[in-house]
Design a protein around this ligand. Structure first.
Ligand SMILES: Cc1cc2nc3c(=O)[nH]c(=O)nc-3n(C[C@H](O)[C@H](O)[C@H](O)COP(=O)(O)OP(=O)(O)OC[C@H]3O[C@@H](n4cnc5c(N)ncnc54)[C@H](O)[C@@H]3O)c2cc1C
Ligand SMILES: Cc1ncc(C[n+]2csc(CCOP(=O)(O)OP(=O)(O)O)c2C)c(N)n1
Ligand SMILES: [Mg+2]
Length: 575
């Protein structure tokens, strides 16, 4: 039998590690690898129309499965297109490996056609980024890359010149055959005792939980019950914390609830668990802060911390719980829960059909979607106002999942993430909350839905604007500029691309059309004509004073009432 090529060894190494598919777009320099995929048939090639889609899709798969996902781009522009999606994967700490094909090895350094330097380009959005310049490096370099992506959670990039991929492999087989290690990381006994002491003594405790609480729902609830502590969740923690949680008081931050904000501001001790909630102005100034995170480098990153612990949430809470007493005083908890009930009610009142009048409230669209979507639906929301609606009106239940570009904050994430979610979870209902700006940005990949037979449902919030940016401009006290969108008929475009396309212009069309799309046996798009200025910001004196500040530096929660932001710097709703 002829020797394997390096490209064959690459595919075998992926297959041995359980990789099931590679997202990408071919090109000359990638031909060796795509040809090995074609011949070996162990791994599916997921053909997309833009490499950025490939990276976002791989990131979605990795987020949902917690396993390694792979994307690939050809040399120069091909892999350069991966970069924004890879930034998102890296900042979300999901294990993604990118194959960046490189120009012929003997041309490197000559300014050759399509020459770039992937080792430099991807250095900032990866834990590991290396060039394979000779067959002897394989499979070791690829295995180091995979191990790095998995163990450090993030991106690893392997650059391979097309000619090296086509050379005879020296080693013939992958070398690593062990299951992914799953160590238990827990603070020492002394540290746990110290932590218990601090918590047992504190009076008004609030928990801020994030994505690092995944898999520790029961422990978190038991902790809150013992401490009589309200739980505020950060956005990426929503899918893991909010459901079945009698202590939940919502999110904090600009998109959050005033109840989440005040629960944090009014505590004596803030207990941060598995969160990297980024906005400093929403942290209390005088409270004692305790932080638990699996990564030591995260401790104290966002606010001052008095006690920091390195540990996995579940393991740490399991060790901690037996040492905690039951607190009696539940005044702080009760007040926070009552505040949450009111805040929730206020937001729910906005999610109405507006007595049938146009334009449609986007909140209503998401409330209807929330009601009609499957028990285990996977949602993805675009950056922009769809992130607000998802945060406030999608109900999580432990089976549903929520994808977004929450840490990197890139537009156009929802469709590509939905592609990754759907191809990796063929039986599941996958629904996007897409902005009209966001959808247009990577719209080419609407075409992939039919080609991949991916029955994704797309809900487009057609507000003919970059509405979130209009909010930002208002907050900064500047006139709106460059935010108009002259949109196509998205439904007609969808029809042209082989999708079911529907347009909801009036509130009474929303429910039947979303229901029809969800039932449809194939991809579908519903464009909903929604109001443009659902969250307006009039120049009230308090906002005036903040002129020149970005929306994200405001100490404000969007009230959602269309007439004001809750200026938290001035009003204390809690007392
Ligand atoms: C337009 C827009 C507006 C936004 N507005 C808001 C807002 O108002 N409010 C809001 O909350 N967010 C908002 N976000 C999202 C925000 O930017 C952050 O992405 C989010 O707050 C981070 O959530 P997190 O802390 O749960 O997740 P991450 O940032 O991913 O942090 C998770 C932490 O958990 C740790 N960890 C992981 N695994 C474990 C483990 N097993 N045990 C212990 N620790 C672990 C990690 O090391 C990390 O430090 C917005 C995003 C966008 C795009
Ligand atoms: C790639 C990228 N470009 C620009 C931005 C800045 N930005 C944030 S939200 C947004 C508007 C999104 O518009 P749309 O998708 O229509 O959603 P809307 O807010 O109108 O609902 C823009 C331009 C960004 N976050 N990412
Ligand atoms: Mg828009």
């Amino acid at each position: 039998m002829a020797n394997k090529k390096v490209s064959d060894l690459v595919v075998d190494t992926f297959a041995a590690a359980g990789v099931k598919r590679i997202y990408g777009l071919p090109g000359d320099s990638l031909n060796g690898i795509t040809d090995s995929l074609r011949r070996q048939r162990q791994i599916q090639w997921i053909h997309v129309r833009h490499e950025e889609t490939a990276a976002f899709a791989a990131g979605a798969e990795a987020h949902l499965t917690q396993e390694l996902a792979v994307c690939a781009g050809s040399c120069g522009p091909g892999n350069l297109h991966l970069i924004n999606g890879l930034y998102d994967c890296h900042r979300s700490r999901v294990p993604v490996l990118a194959i960046a094909a490189q120009i012929p090895s003997n041309e490197i350094g000559s300014g050759y056609f399509q020459e770039t330097r992937p080792e430099h380009l991807f250095a900032q959005c990866s834990h590991y980024c290396e060039l394979v310049s000779q067959p002897e490096q394989m499979p070791r370099v690829l295995e180091i890359a995979m191990q790095t992506a998995l163990s450090r959670r993030g991106v690893a990039v392997v650059a391979i010149p097309g000619d090296v991929a086509l050379r005879d492999a020296v080693e013939q087989e992958p070398r690593l055959h062990f299951p992914p290690p799953a160590p238990t990381v827990c603070p020492s006994d002394e540290e746990i005792a110290g932590l218990a002491g601090v918590l047992n003594q504190a009076k008004k405790i609030t928990i801020l939980g994030g994505a690092g609480c995944a898999g520790a729902h029961a422990e978190l609830i038991e902790l809150a019950a013992k401490l009589k502590a309200p739980i505020v969740h950060a956005m990426r923690g929503k899918e893991f914390i909010e459901h079945g949680n009698p202590f939940d008081v919502g999110m904090t931050g600009l998109l959050g609830f005033s109840s989440g904000y005040h629960a944090m501001m009014n505590c004596d001790l803030l207990l941060m668990i598995g969160t990297d909630f980024p906005y400093q102005q929403f942290y209390p100034k005088d409270a004692t802060v305790v932080q638990i995170d699996i990564r030591g480098e995260q401790l104290g990153r966002r606010t001052k911390v008095d006690y920091g612990f390195v540990g996995d949430t579940k393991a740490t809470l399991r060790a901690l719980l037996p040492r905690l007493g039951h607190k009696e005083d539940d005044k702080h908890l009760k007040a926070a829960l009552e505040h949450y009930r009111k805040a929730r009610q206020g937001l729910d009142e906005l999610a109405t059909d507006g007595s049938g009048k146009k334009p449609i409230h986007p909140q209503y669209v998401v409330r209807v979607l929330d009601e009609l979507a499957a028990e285990d639906a996977i949602f993805s929301c675009d950056v922009g106002t769809p992130t607000i609606w998802a945060a406030r009106y999608l109900t999580m239940n432990g089976k549903r999942r929520l994808l977004g570009s929450f840490n990197h904050g890139s537009m156009a994430n929802a469709l590509p993430q939905a592609i990754g979610a759907q191809v990796s979870h063929p039986g599941r209902q996958v629904v996007t909350l897409s902005g009209d700006g966001g959808l247009a940005m990577l719209m080419g990949d609407l075409l992939s839905l039919r080609q991949l037979q991916a029955p994704v449902k797309i809900i487009v919030f057609k507000n003919d604007s970059l509405a979130f940016v209009e909010l930002e401009m208002k907050a900064a006290g500047i006139l709106e500029f460059g935010t108009d969108l002259q949109n196509p008929y998205f439904a007609k475009m969808a029809e042209g691309a082989g999708l079911l396309g529907l347009t909801a212009e009036t509130p009474d069309q929303v429910r039947p059309m979303i229901a029809q799309a969800l039932r449809h046996d194939g991809p579908a798009l519903v464009e909903v004509i929604v109001s443009r200025q659902e969250l307006s910001m009039p120049p009230t004196p308090s906002i005036e004073q903040m002129k020149g500040f970005s929306l994200f530096t405001l100490k404000a929660v969007l009230s959602g009432r269309g007439d004001e932001v809750v200026d938290l710097a001035k009003i204390n709703l809690f007392r």
